[in-house]
Ligand binder design. Sequence first.
Ligand SMILES: Cc1cc2nc3c(=O)[nH]c(=O)nc-3n(C[C@H](O)[C@H](O)[C@H](O)COP(=O)(O)OP(=O)(O)OC[C@H]3O[C@@H](n4cnc5c(N)ncnc54)[C@H](O)[C@@H]3O)c2cc1C
Length: 480
Amino acid sequence: MCEVAGIGFGPSNLGLAVALAEHNDDAPTGDRIAAIFFEKQKRFGWHRDMLIDGATVQVSFLKDLVTMRKPSSEFSFLSYLHAKGRLVDFINHKSLFPSRVEFNDYLEWVAGHFPHLVDYDSEVVDVRPVPTGGRIRSLEVSVRTGGPHGELRVRRARSVVVATGLQPVLPPGVTASERIWHSDELLSRIQAMPGGRPRRVVVIGAGQSAAEAVEYVHRVFTHTEVCSVFARYGYSPADDSAFANRVFDPEAVDTYYGAREEVKRTLFGYHRNTNYSVVDVELIDELYRRSYQEKVNGHHRLRMLNLSRVVEARETASGVRVAVESLPTGEIDVLDADVVIYATGYREADVFGLLGEMGEYCLRDDQGRPRVTRDYRVETVDGVDCGIYLQGPTEHTHGISSGLLSTIAVRSAEITRSIAARASAAGRAPVADRLPSAKAGRNGERLIPGHAAAARHPPGELASSEVRAGLRQWLTEEGS
Ligand SMILES: Cc1cc2nc3c(=O)[nH]c(=O)nc-3n(C[C@H](O)[C@H](O)[C@H](O)COP(=O)(O)OP(=O)(O)OC[C@H]3O[C@@H](n4cnc5c(N)ncnc54)[C@H](O)[C@@H]3O)c2cc1C
């Protein structure tokens, strides 16, 4: 049994692992919080298939996992640079926006401090309530290890923190195949592409991922025609101006949370263009530059099919036949492509789908969305003592930064405080296994209460009575 089971181990729950570790290292033994995380990928990776060479993170590196809450943390991006011997070089680079490849490496570096807390290759498939004496005091988390046909096992926890990220969306009726991809799979699909170098690739969409896919395919396949199909007149720039950017500040969460529903909707509408269906202006400029250069050269490989939509994409023996309708004229242009990439965005995770039976104990608003308290906890019916926390699918309650990196540092600490306060109010002693600690090092030790002492004494030399007591408690805990 753990106090917390984290579902998903992307940046959000990695941020939580850090916040829990920093809490535990400062807290008296009795207030420490044990946690375990389940991640379905075989190893840590942040949108691995979109780690396009040259693409940058869209937030300042100062919005890493910790700095907004604790600038002196040893898990900051600056500490990472220092550890990697690149601090001076990064400073000379004069950029607030690292490449996505480097930011993924930073996240991996942080995750490397907590191997003992994470079960990789482990997908959570269900969460069930465990009734005890008429109340729900713990949850059973069903975890499948080793792929879709792998072994199913159950872990118990007093709270779960759901951070399963965004789900890629294909338009209705479209099914992914060897030749029809969502942009979320871009790099691995390109590597495994049938026939090697494509003659024509169609990319659908006008957001950042679409523009990145167009830029990348056009750059790496130097003889390929790339058709960018979208309904707008042109790509629209992301608003990252200073005042608008404040919508991602931690304080904006309070404002948004406290606002009336109609004000929330208006606010969201005003600032959609900071994140949705927009493209970094530098990337727009680069694509325009290439398009113009091709006009000068008289050799067009980059085609902008604006004011258009794909009405059909049918696989043939040798490719995909794509029917593109011009919105102003209704004319249909048929393109024979090797590959079609749908950069048609993402949606929030389906919380109730994941929670299974436990979802029936959760309260919903009039639109069927989870009701969420300010500390990111889903409201439940009476009699449930367990916490179900959400990191991500809270745009309707906490605002536009919910699915982004911006507030992870602060949000993780808010959730940690809430979990600690509830455990303490219930008079619960910390359970034994998997205590997050920044001091645990990278060796994957499983620490038991009195973990600092345990770390000093190798197995078989557990000297302190505190440690022995913890071990006894661990061995007698139910169901872990
Ligand atoms: C290509 C791309 C680029 C982005 N760039 C930025 C950016 O520059 N700045 C920004 O602020 N935001 C960006 N975002 C938004 C993105 O949501 C955040 O960067 C960040 O990934 C959110 O972290 P997360 O942990 O909530 O979700 P994710 O990173 O999606 O992590 C969720 C994890 O949960 C795992 N998982 C899912 N279901 C289960 C399950 N049932 N059991 C176990 N594990 C599960 C997944 O494998 C995944 O590792 C980007 C998104 C994309 C798609």
